[in-house]
Design a protein around this ligand. Structure first.
Ligand SMILES: [Zn+2]
Length: 440
């Protein structure tokens, strides 16, 4: 435990140094690490061995970030079709940390990370936060899934260094507000949709007792007007971080907010057109990432499902990590319950992620039809399932997890072969038909 904490601090220190390296030094570092992960993936991960051979590639053909384009883009559906082919033979999955993603389309997928990757992710998270001014002893309150509670080390808890104090994303916004008020955070952090709801609650109830130094949001795209609501209500800056379960933080705002610094010392982030070719800087492209350190489950040229732009600009903060902007991504609606609670879309998808039979779900979508009526489409994997039993268990689970008293709302579960697309053609996980602004 103590070793873990010290290692996390060591990595944080190292990452903070790398952030100021010049471009050539950073690219050399990326290339060296890329060669290492490609060779490792070829030797140990069945999918990469197969895909290299199919494409007539040798791991030594991939020398730098240009050569990486010889490797085909990896889409989520390829992993979902044969997940075991992505795990390194060097690891036993029972000894790995397993993270569940519902991604942008409600399609579940499991991501495995080894302990070094876990430490590196924590250090990168801290680099992003400390770049916004978070200090060692700051009280850091994080609105998150109970899944993430208690992942801090014993030493960290004793010393209270950089340990987030969790507030459940499932709690109602008034419960969250009173807990956060008591915790008196210096840094308020969490899912952006939860922070927007909290800010609106604080505004409506004229609370002026929650006074962080700044607010950090992430894991969801947040529009400019929502950012302004958070900044106006708390009267402090809001810093956004772009992240996903597959890679953790990808890019983040520093105090200058020129763009989002890319974690280029741990990831190669590319922006590609429909054919998978890299677009020029300043042009919009699909975001494709390569993880340089996760040996347990290497992801090379993986399409995250969002659109972004790499920036020409350099940041006045002095960090040389390149800048990007995310311009199109996951966006879902908030839901309202008859007891007056508004619940963030992330709370609902996280709840579904934690359902014990989630592994038989291939895809899902939630639509709020009325204040007390929710329709849930579920596409099941091709496995034997007692649908009626599953449906009843799922409804009971949702009522319990979301603290809904009996018959307050109705969940209609419909098993389908395909999840219907909305008018935009974009697949959304959480849709409210109560509000006009539901993305249609
Ligand atoms: Zn900067």
């Amino acid at each position: 435990m103590i070793t873990n904490s010290l290692q996390a601090f060591y990595y944080l220190h190292k990452f903070n140094n790398i952030a100021y390296w010049n471009k050539d030094k950073l690219i050399n570092f990326q290339n060296k690490q890329l060669r290492s992960i490609v060779k490792y993936a070829y030797d140990n991960v069945p999918y990469y061995h197969k895909i290299f051979r199919q494409n007539g590639l040798n791991p030594y053909d991939i020398r730098d970030t240009q050569d990486i384009n010889k490797i085909p883009i990896l889409r989520k559906d390829i992993i979902r079709a044969e997940p075991e082919a992505f795990l390194s033979r060097q690891f036993d999955s029972n000894n790995l940390r397993c993270l569940s993603t519902s991604g942008s389309t409600g399609k579940p997928m499991l991501i495995y990370i080894n302990s070094k990757e876990d430490l590196l992710r924590k250090a990168r998270h801290l680099r992003a936060n400390t770049s916004c001014g978070q200090k060692l002893l700051d009280r850091w309150v994080l609105i998150t899934s109970p899944n993430h509670f208690g992942t801090s080390t014993k030493l960290q808890r004793i010393l209270r260094f950089y340990v987030p104090i969790p507030v459940s994303v499932f709690s109602s916004v008034d419960e969250q507000a009173s807990k956060i008020e008591r915790l008196n955070p210096d840094v308020l952090d969490g899912y952006s949709s939860s922070l927007v709801l909290l800010a609106k609650y604080v505004q409506e109830n004229d609370l002026n007792t929650i006074r962080p130094k700044f607010v950090i949001g992430g894991a969801e795209l947040v529009d400019e007007s929502s950012k302004r609501v958070i900044e106006d209500v708390f009267n402090v800056p809001f810093f956004d971080q772009y992240a996903c379960v597959e890679f953790d933080r990808i890019s983040w705002q520093c105090t200058e907010k020129v763009g989002y610094h890319i974690d280029s010392d741990s990831l190669i982030v590319q922006f590609v057109d429909a054919e998978g070719n890299e677009v020029a800087k300043g042009e919009k492209g699909e975001i494709v990432c390569t993880s340089l350190f996760n040996n347990a489950m290497p992801l090379i040229r993986y399409a995250v499902g969002d659109m972004g732009v790499e920036s020409y600009e350099e940041c006045s903060c002095g960090r040389k990590l390149p800048l990007m902007k995310v311009i199109e991504g996951r966006s879902d609606s908030s839901l309202v319950f008859p007891d007056g609670r508004t619940i963030s879309p992330r709370a609902l998808t996280v709840a579904i992620n934690m359902f014990s039979d989630y592994n038989v779900f291939d895809q899902f979508q939630i639509i709020q039809k009325k204040i007390d009526l929710f329709h849930i489409f579920v596409k099941l994997k091709d496995v034997p399932v007692k649908k009626q039993f599953l449906s009843r268990k799922f409804v009971e689970y949702l009522n319990r997890t979301l603290n809904l008293s009996n018959n307050l709302v109705t969940f209609e579960i419909e098993f389908v072969d395909e999840i219907p697309l909305r008018n935009t053609g974009k697949l959304m996980m959480v849709i409210s038909e109560l509000s006009k602004n539901n993305g249609d």
